[in-house]
Design a protein around this ligand. Structure first.
Ligand code: NAD
Length: 428
C-alpha cells in the first residue's frame, strides 16, 4: 500500500501527462482525463460483535465512463487512501480500453482490516457500502468486483443488499460472484492466467520457450498463484515467491532453487495469501527478507502484490539475467524505476495490459449474468486468451513501429480510444 512519500494518483497522473504530450492531446481532453469524473466518500456505521459501533470510511471513484459503465474492484485495506482509489480507477479506464471492452474505469475501497473482523462484521461493511452507494452504482452505470482482501462471498453479500434495495434480481450489478450464484467459470484463474498469456507472447517475440525460463514472483494471492500455475503448466520454473506476514508485520521471500511446489505452498497459506514461514522451512524453503524476490537470478519477474514495489532505490538490484517483467499488480513500478528498466532493456508488460485478464473475464461474467446463460470454462478461457493475445499484439506492434517503451505504447492505445469516445460524445 502507499507509503507516506508515495502517492499512486500522482504517479498515475505523471504517466498520463507523459503520454498526453506524446499524443499532443488538446487541453480540454487532457484536463478531463487526468482526474475522475465523479467520486463518493461514505461513512459506514457497523455494530461490532462486542456491541460498540464503529464507523468505516468507504470510497467509490468513477474515473471515466465514456466507453461504457464504470468497472472496477473494491478493496478492503487498513491503509487505503482516496488517492490510491483514484489512481486505480484511472488505471481501470486504461485497462478496459487496452483490451477494447465496452467499459469505463472505477474503483472502490473501505478502510478496514479483514484480518481483525469477524465474518458478520465484514458482511455488515459490505451491506453498508451498498446502502450508501446503491443509487450511484448498478449494472448500467458502475459494476464493482473483488480486489485486494475482498472475495466472492463479499460480492454476494453486496449483490443481495443491492437486490433487496431495488426489489429485483440484478446479477449483472457485480462480478466475481461465486460460481453457481451468477459467477463465471474461469474468473478465479483469469487475472493470473492473463498475465501468463502475455508472458507467453512476449517470450515468443524474444524467441524463448516458456519451458526454458525461471521466474520470481512477489505476492502469493489470487493473481500470483494462478500465474504460477499456468507458468508451470507451460514448463516454466518458479524459484521464489514472497508474501506478507501478518504476525511479524513484514514480508518474506520463500526460495527453492529447483522450483516451488505450488500445491504444497498453497496448503500452508492463509486466506489472505500469507505463507506460514515455519511450515515453509519444514518443507525445505529458504526464508529470506521480503525484498529478495527482486534480486533472484531469473529470466522473469512478476510483481503481483501491491503498488510501489519496483522503485529507483531497488531497481538496480534486479539481477542482470532478468529479461522480462510482467506486472500482475497495479502500479508496482514507479516512473523512476521505469527509466532504469528501459535503460537495461528489460521488456515490460505493463500492469493495465498484463493484469487485464481479470476485468476481461468480469466483462464476460456481466455478459453471462445479463443474458442469464453461462458458458463452459474452456469457452471462457479461450475467449480470454484471444482478447489478451490480441491486446498484447497491438501494444507490442505499436511499441516496435514507433520505438516506444511498452508502457507508453499501451497508454497511447488506451488514451486515444478514451479520448475519441469523449470527443465523439461531444464532451470535449
Ligand atoms: P490478494 O489479496 O489475493 O494477494 C496479495 C498477496 O500479496 C498476498 O499473498 C500478500 O501476502 C502479498 N503481499 C502483501 N503485501 C506484500 C509485501 N509487502 N510483500 C510481499 N507480498 C505482499 O490480492 P490479488 O487479488 O492477488 O491482487 C494482487 C495485485 O494484483 C493487486 O495490486 C491488485 O490490485 C492486482 N489485481 C488483482 C486482480 C484480481 O483479479 N485479483 C486483477 C487486477 C489486478
Amino acid at each position: 500500500m502507499a507509503t507516506k512519500e508515495f502517492n499512486s494518483f500522482q504517479m498515475a497522473q505523471r504517466q498520463f501527462d507523459h503520454v498526453a504530450d506524446i499524443l499532443d492531446l488538446d487541453p480540454g481532453t487532457r484536463e478531463l482525463l487526468r482526474q475522475p469524473l465523479r467520486e463518493y466518500h461514505v461513512a459506514i456505521p457497523v455494530r461490532m460483535d462486542d456491541g460498540r459501533t464503529r464507523v468505516f470510511q468507504g470510497f467509490r471513484v468513477q474515473h471515466n465512463d465514456a466507453r461504457g459503465p464504470a468497472k472496477g474492484g473494491i478493496r478492503f485495506h487498513p491503509q487505503e487512501t482516496v488517492d490510491t482509489v483514484r489512481a486505480l480507477a484511472m488505471w481501470m479506464t486504461w485497462k478496459c480500453a487496452v483490451v477494447d471492452i465496452p467499459l469505463g474505469g472505477g474503483k472502490g475501497g473501505v478502510i478496514c482490516d479483514p484480518h481483525h473482523l469477524s465474518a458478520r462484521e465484514q458482511e455488515q461493511i459490505c451491506r453498508g457500502w451498498v446502502r450508501q452507494m446503491a443509487k450511484n452504482v448498478g449494472p448500467l452505470s458502475d459494476v464493482p468486483a473483488p480486489d485486494v482482501m475482498t472475495t466472492p462471498q463479499h460480492m454476494l453479500w453486496m449483490l443481495d443488499e443491492f437486490e433487496a434495495i431495488h426489489g429485483a434480481k440484478y446479477p449483472g450489478f457485480i462480478t466475481g460472484k461465486p460460481v453457481g450464484m451468477g459467477g463465471s467459470l474461469g474468473r478465479t484463474e483469469a487475472t493470473g492466467y492473463g498475465v501468463v498469456y502475455t508472458v507467453r507472447e512476449a517470450l515468443r517475440q524474444m524467441g524463448l520457450a516458456p519451458s526454458s525460463i525461471t521466474a520470481s514472483v512477489q505476492g502469493f494471492g489470487n493473481v500470483a498463484q494462478y500465474a504460477i500455475r499456468l507458468l508451470q503448466q507451460l514448463g516454466g520454473t518458479v524459484v521464489c515467491v514472497s508474501s506478507w506476514d501478518q504476525a511479524d508485520q513484514t514480508s518474506y521471500a520463500f526460495k527453492k532453487a529447483d522450483g516451488i511446489d505450488i500445491d504444497a505452498l498453497v496448503g500452508i497459506t492463509d486466506a489472505f495469501g500469507g505463507i506460514d514461514k515455519a511450515c515453509a522451512r519444514d518443507l525445505g524453503y529458504e526464508v529470506l527478507p521480503g525484498d529478495d524476490w527482486i534480486t533472484q537470478e531469473v529470466d522473469l519477474l512478476i510483481p503481483a502484490a501491491l503498488e510501489n514495489q519496483v522503485r529507483a532505490d531497488n531497481a538496480g538490484r534486479i539481477h542482470p539475467r532478468v529479461k522480462l517483467l510482467a506486472e500482475g499488480a497495479n502500479g508496482p513500478t514507479t516512473p523512476d524505476a521505469d527509466r532504469v528498466l528501459a535503460e537495461r532493456q528489460i521488456f515490460v508488460v505493463p500492469d493495465f495490459l498484463a493484469n487485464a485478464g481479470g476485468v476481461t473475464c468480469s466483462y464476460f461474467e456481466q455478459v453471462q449474468s445479463n443474458s442469464n446463460y453461462y458458458w463452459e470454462k474452456d469457452e471462457v478461457l479461450n475467449k480470454l486468451d484471444t482478447k489478451m493475445t490480441s491486446a498484447f499484439a497491438a501494444v507490442s506492434e505499436l511499441a516496435r513501429r514507433q520505438q516506444l517503451y511498452m508502457r507508453d505504447a499501451a497508454y497511447v492505445i488506451s488514451i486515444s480510444r478514451v479520448a475519441k469516445a469523449c470527443h465523439d460524445r461531444g464532451w470535449v
